[in-house]
Ligand binder design. Sequence first.
Ligand SMILES: [Zn+2]
Length: 422
Amino acid sequence: MSARGRAKPPAKTAASAKKKASARAGPSAQTAGETPVPAAPRQETPFEHFVVDFVRARGGSVSLREDGDYDASFDPELAKKLRRTNARLVFDAERAILPRGGLFVAPGSRLGLALLDLGRGRGHVARSHLTEAPDVDATVLAKQGFPVHGARATGYDLGDKRWVLEVVFHATLTYKGGMAEQELRTMVADPRGPRFDFIETEDRRAWKLEDGVPEGEVFWGETPIAGALPRDQAWQLWSELVGWVNRVLEPRLERWRKRCEESRDRDLARINDYYETRLAEERERRRRRGQSEDQEDQATEAELKLEWGRRVKSVRTRWEPQVEMRLWGIEEIARPRVPVTWRFKTPQGERTLEGEIDLAQGAPARLPCPICGRLVGEFWWEGGFVCRRCRGRAGRLSVVPPPAANGSAPAAPKSPKKARKR
Ligand SMILES: [Zn+2]
């Protein structure tokens, strides 16, 4: 106490330095501004997309008002949870006064929690199906084929139409460490593999869904299931999805970790500087007064060191990187599809490709890339089927340019690279 009283000027420095440190340690002032937690300027957030989609997917209706709010009516189950059948949804966290009939919507809000509950509760999976688009001719689409660059389609065999299940996961990823960031991810699972891919909320929104399980047998891959994915398989799928997300988001996770560590080191350097200076000042002051080390001085120094330790610890905790994935909702969507086997003539001989015609989309269903597993709409033949991203993977490893058989890729631009490698 008395030590602090005596050392008035340094104490002041302490306060202002502290202020500066915490202000900078916050949202990393240069990039994110100094706004407190999620208060961003009013704009449509992924969460907003999600709520709108999910309320609709459950059978409710949502329409955008001119003032940016939404008029919503809820399906019976959600209505029961919220004890109201409709509401005006307000996403704007800055709004001071809630309008009549209004309901604030944020991830931790009443509606947010109700959706979370519905999304992961037993039997609370949204089930729907897509109807066939009019005038879709599977034969014509099969004949048009699945685009494979560098190979020529020579024929196809069509199977019988059937319902095929696709599972859509809605999840929130929270990147923790200092100023948390959140993003909403929508992912689709395909039984072949299983394979996963991200889908855009916009794309998902374009699907014209009918409520409920369709009549007729539904298949998960080659297995007929009774309308819904069995729980153990759903659980298995989710854990595989988590593994997949970890793999594909690795660069993003790595960037986040680096960012947290850099911010932490920057803050630690500032704190260390500050306390080193203060300790030096303290010793200098003592020296000038010519005092021997009395107990009070020692106490001041010990106090400083303790405080220093606490600050270091709190900085480390603050920037501890962690990413949390929370599942908000699952949709099981049955799609009308016709299995098809395409035959291709490739430089390596005839190859077949198993696929499906999606009768709702009126197009061939996307297929998993054998290399990266992403669901894609076209392949390249490079001794095997590869997607756009995986193209030239082999080309980079070897100095031999890919076989010129596809005719379209001139080898010339590659030769300088080739020369440099040697
Ligand atoms: Zn690929």
